[in-house]
Design a protein around this ligand. Structure first.
Ligand SMILES: [Zn+2]
Length: 145
């Protein structure tokens, strides 16, 4: 048995699987909703992906970038952007994530394994409407205005 701190309510509990994250059905459901969730039931996955991509696009437009989206889903990255100020060009991959209410960390399923063709990973956070940017080493970066 492992002693685990519940990701949702922070209560300690015992479980036979080391990587279990939630202590109860209620916490498990809440965690699932926050992680994969609440949009899934109202929007098909493809729409959710596009919705978050558009959030990132609008954020980058506000930050003075020209944005060139990929024409087809199998493209090597989602967006190419060019800074209007520095003329720097960046390849951007868009992911969705959420910010844990407990730890305040940004969690984006599968992101750690992401070794794509991008320079910058843009994570659109569902619960707070923020967009955060990370370099290929996973460090938060500021694409600034
Ligand atoms: Zn719990």
């Amino acid at each position: 048995m492992y002693t685990i701190t519940c990701n949702m309510c922070t209560k300690e509990f015992q479980h036979k699987f080391e990587h279990t994250k939630a202590c109860s059905d209620t916490c498990r459901k809440q965690r699932r909703d926050e992680t994969y969730g609440f949009k899934k039931r109202t929007m098909p996955n493809l729409v959710v992906g596009k919705y978050h991509e558009l959030k990132v696009v609008m954020d980058l437009v506000e930050k003075q970038y020209d944005v060139y989206p990929a024409m087809f889903p199998q493209a090597l990255c989602d967006l190419i952007v060019v800074s209007r100020k520095t003329k720097q060009l960046l390849r951007i991959e868009v992911k969705t994530g959420y910010r844990s209410k407990i730890t305040n960390h940004v969690i984006s399923p599968g992101v750690e394994k992401q070794k794509g063709f991008h320079d910058v990973l843009a994570i659109a956070i569902r619960s707070t409407n923020e967009v955060i940017y990370r370099d290929k080493k996973g460090k938060d970066i500021d694409l600034g205005v």
